[in-house]
Design a protein around this ligand. Structure first.
Ligand code: EPZ
Length: 428
């Protein structure tokens, strides 16, 4: 086991390059399984969630050949298993995408229910409803989600709730189904558009991705392709907030500014000066942050995956801010950790009332989930003195080279082994 040790109080300055999008990668990799020849995927983030997906694909029979740190060639032609066991899916939310991809390829799937970040109940009823509408028989047996079909057939699916995962899974299952599938009330996140672009580059016929009605006309077969994943909206947002939180001046490159609009709008409200370029944004903060209210919503609303980070910035704002979580039932578990650092936050259900304090104090804290972990790093960078963050395994799931990237911006952050009773634990 390892932890991060941060000596805070330094303004971040310089340039940071954003990696490929985690949430696009974890959808596009399973989608490769629908092809009947090899694909090359570029701009993959080097994170443990991607490694986990590639491992599962190999166990299912795919041949995975790394080309370099960010590109991989995958030959899905020999996939011969439809079972993703609990051990294979451990800790991975995106394991559910193997349901759509395997149903789409083999008309058969048995997949352990998804793990991943714990912020309350994480149902997949809308995924199941979509597969059933396409003609699959879905059951849950011995803790495994099982699906089988003779031939998937296009259908209309209205999602009762805007779900990224259900939208992606239905797209995966429908790409080669017979006839037209229409997803209504679909999610509109950038990674949904990226998945549609990827599938279309393999020969799929998908229209409307990025709007709330997606139409998928099934095709007989999909061929291999070379595809580069979009930049990570949330990684970019995390560095933007960190720049503002430390009173810094940071150029964030390899981004799509259009995907960052809601984050830019909220940071401007807090007093940050933001300049947009074609593929970069510069964030400069010269004042104490101003209070600001934030409500998370599906895209194009403010992303829930940026909620802990912006809330952390607001702990030192001048005034009282209200942050409302509009996507997940329970995404304020990290607040206890911020309180240890002197933040004044009262949580009432899906709402947090944050009364700005002058500064945070350093303290030993934990990363309770991926984005909460990123927020703890931001808190550590803001606080005077040494902050230690444990359970960083969550952070490594989604942030490539986070220590190196923050260090290059002038942060004093180190990854160190946890030493306990003379045993040194180091993460595999
Ligand atoms: C994706 O999760 C992301 N994960 C999450 O990011 C992100 O927080 C979330 O979308 C919302 O933007 C990946 O892309 C791998 P949902 P997903 O289905 O697909 C309810 C991160 O930090 N719901 O859009 O699991 C659900 O309970 C991760 O990178 C149902 O009720 O989210 C939630 O309240 C964490 N029934 C809401 O919908 C369903 O069948 C949105 O969930 C499915 C979802």
């Amino acid at each position: 086991m390892e932890k991060f040790v941060i000596n805070g109080g330094h303004a971040l300055r310089g340039e940071v390059r954003i990696s490929g999008a985690k949430n696009a990668a974890v959808a596009i990799l399973p989608a490769v399984m629908l092809a009947d020849s090899p694909c090359i995927i570029e701009n993959l983030p080097d994170i443990s969630d991607v490694a986990a997906i590639l491992r599962v694909m190999q166990e299912l029979g795919a041949i995975v050949r790394p080309i370099n740190k960010t590109s991989v060639e995958i030959d899905p032609c020999h996939i011969n298993s439809y079972v993703v066991s609990k051990e294979m899916a451990e800790g991975m939310r995106a394991s559910s995408y193997f349901l759509g991809a395997l149903l789409g390829r083999l008309n058969r799937a048995r997949v352990a229910p998804p793990g991943g970040c714990n912020f309350g109940v994480r149902p997949i009823d809308q995924h199941i409803k979509g597969f059933e509408a396409l003609g699959a028989k879905m059951t849950i047996e011995n803790g495994m989600v099982d699906g089988k079909a003779m031939q998937l057939k296009g259908a209309s699916v209205y999602l009762d709730i805007v779900s990224v995962g259900a939208t992606i899974n239905i797209m995966l299952a429908a790409a080669k189904a017979r006839g037209l599938t229409v997803i209504e009330n679909a999610a509109r996140e950038p990674h949904i558009v990226d998945l549609a672009n990827f599938l279309n580059s393999m020969g799929a016929n998908i229209m409307g991705a990025g709007t709330s009605v997606i139409k998928i006309r099934g095709v007989e077969s999909l061929h291999g392709t070379t595809y580069s994943i979009i930049p990570d909206q949330i990684e970019a947002g995390t560095y933007m907030v960190a720049a503002a939180a430390t009173g810094g001046d940071v150029m964030i490159t390899n981004v799509t500014p259009k995907h960052l609009e809601s984050i830019i709008a909220k940071l401007k409200e807090t007093g940050a000066e933001i300049t947009e370029y074609d593929e970069a944004v510069r964030v400069v903060m010269n004042t104490r942050p101003k209070k600001c209210n934030v409500k998370t919503m599906p895209h194009p609303g403010f992303p829930t995956d940026m909620q802990p980070q912006i809330a952390t910035l607001l702990t030192v704002a001048d005034g009282t801010s209200i942050v409302t979580e509009g996507v997940w039932d329970s995404r304020f578990r990290y607040v206890d950790q911020l309180t240890l650092m002197g933040a004044d936050v009262q949580v009432d259900g899906k709402m947090a009332v944050i009364t700005g304090v002058k500064c945070l104090n350093s303290a030993p804290v934990k990363a309770v989930d991926l984005r909460a972990g990123a927020a703890m790093i931001i808190a550590g960078l803001m606080a005077e003195g040494e902050t230690q963050i444990e359970d960083i395994i969550h952070i490594d799931r989604g942030y490539e080279n986070i220590v190196e990237k923050f260090s290059a911006l002038g942060a004093d952050i180190k990854r160190v082994p946890i030493i306990d009773n003379n045993i040194i634990y180091k993460q595999a």
